[in-house]
Design a protein around this ligand. Structure first.
Ligand code: PNS
Length: 191
């Protein structure tokens, strides 16, 4: 059975990776599908996100990475997938996710949504949280794969050493280095 794991993945986090890894053990194949959403101003382009996710999941032979637009159930049908995977972190997710699952069921009775409870250590984690921490100079090394952290630090024009309060305390001149890029105003709207 083939499952689709749809989402924005802007950027992929360790919480997403946890769901992908567990999904790949449950299903014959998992397609991580990045929504091309014209209504959002993303931090990373679709191409960048596809590359980031491919690198993150390269150790999982039954995982494919793709992008799509339009309805997720239509994409699932085109890819001959029977399942949509979604992660659940908290009750607040459940309300939105249940509504989405019910909506998708009205669009296609053939597609089932399967919820995986997010592992405890990632129950607070979202792409928005990662971007918020990075924007204000904090370390995100424990929240995303190392190569994604580097990409994000580059976007916000800082590195993890500068963001570490214990280091900035001992090297005060680092605190004066600007942390934001001009396009940041746009990105704040999206977070
Ligand atoms: O990572 P996200 O932003 O929580 O993912 C949301 C996503 C992409 C799964 C959802 O917005 C979606 O499926 N969008 C495609 C449009 C669609 O199918 N809408 C009907 C279901 S509400």
């Amino acid at each position: 059975m083939i499952a689709i794991y749809p989402g924005s993945f802007d950027p992929i986090t360790l919480g997403h990776l946890d769901i992908i890894q567990r999904g790949s053990r449950l299903f014959e194949g998992v397609i991580v599908a990045v929504l091309r959403n014209p209504n959002k101003i993303p931090l990373f382009t679709i191409q960048q996100r596809l590359e980031q996710i491919r690198l993150t999941t390269k150790h999982l032979p039954n995982v494919e990475v793709d992008s799509f637009d339009g309805l997720t159930v239509n994409y699932a049908q085109v890819r001959q997938a029977q399942v949509l995977i979604r992660g659940l972190r908290a009750v607040s997710d459940f309300e939105i996710e249940l509504q989405m699952a019910h909506t998708n069921k009205t669009l296609s009775t053939q597609i089932e949504t399967v919820f995986l409870a997010t592992s405890n250590e990632y129950s607070f984690l979202s792409s928005s949280v990662v971007k918020e921490i990075a924007r204000f100079g904090g370390s995100i090394d424990h929240l995303v794969p190392p190569h994604i952290a580097l990409d994000i630090y580059q976007c916000y024009n800082h590195n993890s050493q500068i963001s570490n309060p214990t280091i900035t305390e001992t090297v005060p001149h680092l605190q004066s280095i600007p942390m934001e890029v001009p396009t940041e105003k746009l990105r704040q709207q999206e977070a």
